[in-house]
Design a protein around this ligand. Structure first.
Ligand SMILES: Nc1ncnc2c1ncn2[C@@H]1O[C@H](COP(=O)(O)OP(=O)(O)OP(=O)(O)O)[C@@H](O)[C@H]1O
Ligand SMILES: [Mg+2]
Length: 344
């Protein structure tokens, strides 16, 4: 592991903001840190950056303890939640700032700045002031500034939060391309589960100052460990073992993997739905979402969400039958429900 955080604990007075958090980032890996507001994401980033001190635990870079190393010596690139460019410096001066304070010759700085402006696809704005740029452009300059000094680790705190959906999607692909091209291990905080699924090699899902689950996007989506993760990572139907037996009597209900796993998580696209005169469920409403339809269904065990692609013949009010493949069922631990996801 390149960067490791082991049992990191952070207290603010009597409040435990981080409770023995352990994470790791491999060389070249893109890791997304996901979780609801206030769960400790920024706090963890600040500890890694050296902008706050640990109350317990250890952070190491290639095995070396970072506790005594001040922020400026860590050589980490950081983009904060608000992109915070220096307003009284030009774009070129902003990007070159880290190089200048390291005593890099002026002509080398100019060349590097030009290279970085090309990289973030803004070759024309070197002499502009930040205030003359759009939010998305400022965000890209903040990214260029963070990578100017060849950081050993890139820390991004919701770098896309201020942008509208389209610019956001474009920019996130750009961040990913730049990160891949340079191979910088990156930890990016986001509220947005879709963003994390689309971008990350690994997702770390946090709640209340603790890591709930870490794994690949597929792991967290298809094999959530708990109810919280299942709900945080998209829409899920959560059923008790009795519900499963009642709703899918033909399905040999697979046993929960552990005694603590109490709920079956079935994703909306894993349910087959067909009109059936003797069906025990009924379509309550249908939303057309372009590439798919989302059906809200009243079933004998309560409401379910089903998603279909293409031309499914079901209409509102139809009696329907429901089926799932045996492997569509993942047993999860019934922890506290997740709060409603914050819209992007
Ligand atoms: N300097 C501080 N003093 C006291 N409490 C703090 C301080 N900084 C953060 N906290 C508290 O610690 C908790 C975690 O804060 P943090 O900023 O890490 O959350 P976050 O996950 O980044 O949230 P968001 O998604 O809203 O940015 C919150 O409850 C917050 O109120
Ligand atoms: Mg934050």
């Amino acid at each position: 592991m390149y960067l490791t955080v082991r049992d990191a604990t952070k207290l603010y007075g009597t409040f435990t903001a981080l409770d023995r958090v352990s994470i790791g980032i491999e060389k070249g890996e893109f890791v997304c840190l996901l979780g609801p507001s206030g769960c400790g994401k920024t706090t963890l980033l600040r500890l890694i950056a050296g902008l706050a001190d640990l109350d317990g635990g250890k952070i190491t870079l290639e095995g070396a303890d970072l506790s005594q190393m001040p922020a400026r010596k860590r050589g980490f690139g950081i983009v904060f939640q608000s992109y915070s460019l220096f307003p009284n410096m030009t774009v070129a001066e902003n990007i070159g700032y880290g190089l200048k304070i390291r005593g890099v010759p002026r002509s080398d700085i100019a060349a590097r700045v030009a290279e970085l402006l090309d990289l973030v696809k803004l070759p024309q704005v070197a002499e502009n002031m930040p205030g003359q740029l759009s939010g998305g452009q400022q965000q890209r300059i903040a990214l260029a500034r963070a990578i100017a000094v060849d950081p050993q680790v890139l820390l991004l705190d919701e770098p896309l939060s201020a942008l509208d959906a389209k610019v956001r999607a474009e920019l996130r692909d750009q961040i990913r391309q730049v990160q891949r091209a340079l191979g910088i291990p990156t930890l990016m905080v986001t509220h947005d589960q879709e963003e994390a699924l689309a971008l990350a090699d690994k997702i770390i899902c946090m709640n209340h100052g603790s890591v709930v689950q870490a794994g690949t996007p597929e792991d967290l989506y298809h094999r959530p460990a708990t109810r919280f993760v299942a709900q945080f990572m998209g829409i899920s139907n959560l059923l008790t073992p009795e519900d499963v037996t009642r709703l899918f009597p033909d399905l040999l209900p697979p046993r929960p993997a552990t005694p603590k796993a109490q709920l079956a998580c079935i994703r909306p696209e894993q349910v087959d739905i067909t009109p059936a005169a003797d069906g025990t469920a009924m379509v309550r409403s249908i939303s057309f979402l372009g590439n798919l339809r989302r059906l809200e269904v009243d079933s004998p065990v309560g409401p379910l969400t089903v998603e279909t692609h293409g031309t499914n013949p079901c209409r509102t009010g139809d009696p329907v039958s429901l089926r799932v493949a045996p492997d569509a069922c993942t047993w999860v631990i019934d922890d506290a429900p997740a709060p409603k996801a914050v819209p992007a």
